[in-house]
Design a protein around this ligand. Structure first.
Ligand SMILES: C[S@@+](CC[C@H](N)C(=O)[O-])C[C@H]1O[C@@H](n2cnc3c(N)ncnc32)[C@H](O)[C@@H]1O
Length: 262
């Protein structure tokens, strides 16, 4: 309830902050706004992935979910139906498709997702650029297994799944990859771990890398984390579309924060 009220209050504050195209003076952000945030194109993969989501929403099978993240404190037990997970824990089509547009446009080679869950957003990230490679991290083994089945059904080959607590797997994976072009942070929505994962990833990013933080208004803690990230000296441009916060490190851009409607 506390988080719900926070989200409603933050949404009321967000709406008047949204700028329109004519108010965007950065050509880089202007282009992203008109090409990606306003994009409506539908790709063949969208139908394939959404038909998997529709099946998950009807699946009554119970899974044991050992959640290491922020929701662990609110769940009564760790048995949840696939349908309830699909309804409450995965990105809606509109948000996942915005990520698809970003990956399709920038063509990052090395992509990481923290929080595979049932694999829906992972599928969008992988399908957006078959020449890139997605590493997706998940702590709950039974969720990762369902995601793997979905990747097979969707014939996704450019994906590696890593099972375990992000606290152990994320840094180790970054060290092995040596570089990262795009990260979607979508798990363990608390201030301290979010900032720790951000700091862990920074040495592996360059000025073309893009970090995307999900649920920046999910709780007061997450909004505080988002503020610290925006203020970080390495961060130049940020774009807040309420559901997610996009972070850029481009050296040729002055530090500026944008809020757009999506
Ligand atoms: C919001 S869901 C991810 C949704 C997914 N990205 C999508 O939109 O399809 C977050 C996931 O992160 C996992 N998670 C949270 N904290 C974790 C941690 N510390 N280590 C590993 N997995 C974690 C949860 O089990 C959950 O499946």
């Amino acid at each position: 309830m506390k988080n719900k009220l926070w989200q409603i209050w933050q949404y009321i504050l967000y709406l008047p902050r949204c700028i329109h195209l004519h108010g965007i003076h950065s050509p880089f952000v202007f282009e992203l706004h008109s090409e990606l945030f306003k994009e409506k194109a539908s790709y063949y993969s969208f139908d394939e992935i959404e038909s998997i989501r529709a099946k998950l929403l009807l699946t009554k099978k119970e899974l044991t979910v050992n959640d290491f993240g922020a929701s662990s404190s609110v769940l009564k037990d760790n048995q949840r139906s696939v349908a309830s997970i699909a309804r409450t824990s995965i990105k809606p089509a509109k948000t996942a498709q915005l990520l698809f547009y970003f990956v399709h446009y920038f063509k990052p080679q090395i992509v990481i997702e923290l929080g595979t869950c049932l694999g829906i957003t992972s599928a969008y990230l992988a399908k957006a650029n078959p020449n890139g490679h997605l590493t997706t991290l998940e702590g709950a083994t039974e969720l990762a297994q369902v995601a793997q089945i979905n990747f097979t059904k969707l014939n996704i080959k450019n994906i590696t799944q890593v099972n375990g607590n992000f606290d152990k797997t994320f840094k180790a994976k970054l060290k092995r990859l040596k570089r990262v072009d795009f990260i979607f942070f979508d798990g363990n929505h608390r201030k301290e771990p979010t900032l720790r994962y951000f700091e862990d990833a920074l040495p592996f990013a360059d000025d073309q890398s893009i970090f995307v933080f999900d649920d920046i208004y999910w709780s007061k803690e997450m909004t505080q984390a988002w503020k610290v990230i925006k203020d970080h000296p390495k961060v130049t441009i940020t774009i807040d579309c309420f559901a997610m916060g996009f972070v850029f490190f481009k050296n040729d851009q002055a530090k500026e924060h944008f809020t757009v409607y999506h």
